[in-house]
Design a protein around this ligand. Structure first.
Ligand code: SF4
Length: 388
């Protein structure tokens, strides 16, 4: 099993996260069992305790499902205390689905015969215009990882192009170098989403059999490189269902705690997506997550990381999203397509099936009707850039 060593560094890259790599490796080498104590679990919830590995293990334990109502009340209270009634609303903006990686859980993997597309400059403008006409001012730009076709320059020029349309542009693409993140910040990038997918090195190697994404350490250090380059907001996450959920989420929490302490001025959030069906593949979910367990997981993170944002994607259906938003969610997507160019003229296959197809209008109406303030314009990166 590959371990973290300084020789893993790519040429010229600073070595940023040795202590994180060591903590994650130590987590997998440790005995993660914890003796369940209901009194202790109740006390964690009632006395507003925050994250520790033991606190998380107790709230994620199957026995703690008996405390789900208590957890829900506390999670709702913390959501309101830290975030009020505001819910940020954004739309994913797929600009290319070419990919040279082989992630087993993703329809964009290189050996999957799907319709592929990369937006031209005109198509990019048209797509941006169509998305912005829904009222959305915050987008998450997504690509596959095909660096010879979807080059860094293409990515940079795309962000520069749409920066004039949106107030906040985040991206979910392959891990970049520190200098590249800095260059994108200069043309309008203000947020990065980078999921480790699974923190277990063995499962990671199986799920990413070829392509640059098979470099676990390079990916794990991506948020450090972005934080060191001026990216304002970071979202990390794990795709649950690939490994035992407690082991996976224990590692995610270690990563989150590390980033929060090391970069206190960076806005941190997490997402915990469940695996979804994909085109041309019978996806095998080794560790299925039930709806009840999913709710328990979300509540545990809201209670123990009260200041951290939680994003709930359209991988969850309308019923789940409506039920979970009041209990801890701070950011949601709406008007979603996981195909390239679908906001104007559908031209590619989708990355995965979405489960909540509500438009931006429908989602905002539901939020208002349920006492929330939909926030479509939360941050204007242009103002902070011009102020520097
Ligand atoms: S998850 Fe990303 S890198 Fe992996 S196959 Fe899909 S698009 Fe490519």
């Amino acid at each position: 099993m590959p371990k973290s060593t300084p020789t893993d560094r790519r040429a010229g890259e600073p070595y940023l996260a040795q202590s994180l790599l060591e903590r994650i490796d130590a987590w997998y080498a440790s005995d993660q069992s914890v003796a369940y104590d209901e009194h202790r679990a109740r006390s964690i919830i009632e006395s507003n305790q925050i994250y520790s590995p033991e606190n998380l293990a107790l709230l994620l334990a199957p026995e703690s499902y008996a405390l789900i109502e208590l957890m829900a009340v506390k999670a709702k209270e913390k959501r309101e205390l830290f975030f009020g009634n505001a819910i940020k609303v954004f739309t994913p903006f797929y600009i290319s689905n070419f990919c040279s990686n082989g992630c087993l859980y993703c329809a964009f993997k290189a050996d999957n015969k799907i319709v592929r597309k990369q937006l031209t400059k005109d198509e990019l403008r048209a797509e941006a215009s169509a998305i912005s006409s829904t009222g959305i001012r915050q987008v998450l730009v997504l690509t596959g990882e095909a660096k010879r076709l979807t080059t860094f320059e293409y990515l940079r020029d795309s962000i520069r192009e749409i920066d004039s349309v949106f107030s906040s542009v985040a991206m979910e693409v392959w891990p970049l170098t520190k200098d590249q993140y800095g260059e994108l910040v200069n043309v309008g990038l203000d947020g990065l989403t980078l999921y480790q997918e699974t923190y277990c090195r063995d499962i990671y190697a199986v799920q990413h059999p070829y392509g640059d994404k098979s470099d676990y350490n390079w990916r794990l250090e991506g948020p450090d490189r972005a934080c060191s380059s001026g990216v304002r907001a970071i979202q990390i996450g794990a795709l649950i269902g690939l490994d035992d959920y407690r082991r996976e989420l224990g590692a995610l929490a270690i990563h989150l705690d590390y980033l929060c302490k090391k970069y206190p001025d960076v806005e941190m959030s997490i997402s915990i997506p469940r695996l979804r069906p994909i085109v041309n593949s019978d996806l095998i979910v080794d560790h299925p997550i039930t709806d009840k367990l999913y709710a328990q997981i979300l509540l545990a993170f809201r209670i123990l990381f009260p200041h951290v944002g939680i994003t709930l994607s359209t991988r969850e259906d309308m019923r789940m999203r409506n039920g979970l938003i009041p209990l801890g969610v701070t950011k949601i997507s709406a008007g979603v397509s996981t195909a390239v160019g679908e906001h104007t003229d559908k031209a590619s296959d989708e990355q995965f099936d979405i489960a909540d197809e509500r438009s931006v209008d429908e989602m905002c109406t539901w939020l208002v009707d349920n006492g929330f303030q939909p926030v479509l314009h939360d941050w204007n990166s242009k103002l902070t850039r011009s102020a520097v």
